[in-house]
Design a protein around this ligand. Sequence first.
Ligand code: ZN
Length: 255
Amino acid sequence: MANITTPCFHLFPRLPLELRQQIWELSIAPREVVIVGPNSNFGHGRRASPPPPLLLTSTESRSYCQQFYTKAYLLNGSTSPIETLGYSWVNFDIDEVYMTAADFMFFSAIPIVQRLTLVSHIGEYFFHRVENILPRAKALKALTIIDREGAPADRWYGGWSDFMEERYYRCDPEPCYTKIVHDDLVLTPDNMLKFDREYHKTQWLPELEENPDEYGSDVAISDDDADPRDSRRRTWHHTKDCTCPQKSRQGYRYL
Ligand SMILES: [Zn+2]
């Protein structure tokens, strides 16, 4: 008879318990967990994620695999959950949590979330409220912010580049990697100076060229990040006990 494969493995229950548990554990896969709250205007029909499949497979898989998941809630301002919203099971080691910046304010798992995507509709709200909460997310390894504010293409990143400067343009940068996504543009700690350069080229260079006497010949917008004539100033944040040789030049990009 030809080989017949079937998705069912009927002998599974007869495997030793330890082996069954090992198989459950190996089946745990990373998920994107969408958390829906009162401010979840995602704008593209995202729904709250269902529980992880292993918590629905069988009583045995559920009772064994629950230890790998934490119940995450949105809180109603105090420490009690908003009950009508229920909870989400999250494996914070591997799952990506996806929610709006406004809902993040009420997230029960801020200190333990490791991978996070925040949809931000109002930059001002983010910078006044959410930014102050982020330092509590001490386990955060990867942060993606989806900017949906609808600002003009040449303006959207202004506030975000200052946010990135604060996090990464320093002797003690955030260990968490942050990406800011606006349509198909992605601002990262690696390309923030390039964004600055492009912005200044379009916004400031015309003025510089029109008034050369006012700015002098030692001012330029260079394609070289290390060109000292470049006057795009980002404030480098030193630590108290860093030993940077040119620490006294705080306030300049080139140190
Ligand atoms: Zn320093």
